[in-house]
Design a protein around this ligand. Structure first.
Ligand code: BTN
Length: 251
């Protein structure tokens, strides 16, 4: 099915970047592009999403013309157990691009939330489709307020820096940075990527956290990553456990 594309952004040599005024979710658009055989690195974004998808089936708040909402089709040949580390590569890429473009001090909350001033400014969602991985990035750029449900935990770059930012240069910078981090993973392997993530994230080692797991909560101190990028947590009762999915927050 053809996409209702409004613009092909020309300033990305060697890469197809499609832009729409409005879509339900760029995850769906990118999955269609992947199914139609688009090349590695193809990106599709929108000014507004009417059904933006977050992790764990949550909605992603996608206010018109305020944030960057886009998905990138990655054709990397990785085993399913490598998806977490690929997600972390994308988190690192966004963190690097945001820090360079804005001067803000950024942090990575395991596994891949990009934080500024302890607020979430970017979420990343990876889905496997048709032998490609669709990587969705939602970056809060110029929002000045958020819905009540996330008002205490989310922020935009504008709120944190006290000034607005042009979105297109940020998009370019993120796309280039995603290429670099994925290349590191592909050429140097998981270990190299996990070391980079561990040094960029204040959550990986020695941080007191609460992990929400459905009805229950775990409390403990983070103790590094295992070889697949899962988070080791030293529980307060002395046991060590492996955290497989997000929901990590400071105690
Ligand atoms: C999260 O919950 O942290 C992940 C959020 C991912 C949001 C982005 S916005 C662009 C892409 N399209 C979607 O529908 N979701 C992702």
């Amino acid at each position: 099915m053809a996409l209702d594309v409004d613009q092909v952004i020309e300033r990305h040599p060697g890469r197809l970047v499609l832009w729409m005024e409005r879509t339900d979710s760029t995850m769906i658009d990118a999955a269609r592009l992947a199914a139609s055989g688009c090349p590695h690195g193809t990106a599709v974004g929108a000014e507004e999403q009417t059904a933006g998808q977050g992790r764990l089936g949550r909605p992603w708040h996608s206010e018109k013309e305020s944030g960057l909402y886009f998905s990138v089709v990655l054709r990397v040949n990785r085993a399913p157990e490598d998806l977490p580390v690929l997600t972390m590569a994308v988190g690192l890429a966004v963190a690097e691009a945001v820090a360079e473009s804005t001067g803000l001090a950024v942090d990575l909350r395991w596994p891949n939330d990009v934080m500024a001033g302890n607020r979430k400014v970017c979420g990343i969602l990876l889905q496997q489709h048709h032998q490609a991985i669709v990587c969705g990035i939602g970056l809060n750029v110029n929002q000045t307020h958020f819905p009540a449900e996330i008002a205490q935990t989310a922020a935009s770059l504008r709120i944190q820096a006290g000034r607005p930012f042009e979105r297109e240069p940020l998009l370019s910078s993120i796309l280039e940075s995603v290429d670099r981090q994925v290349d590191i993973l592909q050429s140097q392997g998981k270990g190299a990527l996990l070391r980079l993530f561990s040094s960029a994230s204040s959550y990986v080692n020695g941080r007191r956290v609460v992990v929400d797991q459905g009805e229950t909560q775990l409390r403990g101190t983070t103790a590094g990553l295992d070889e697949n990028g899962f988070l080791l947590l030293d529980l307060d009762d002395g046991r060590r456990t492996l955290i497989l999915a997000g929901g990590v927050r400071p105690e």
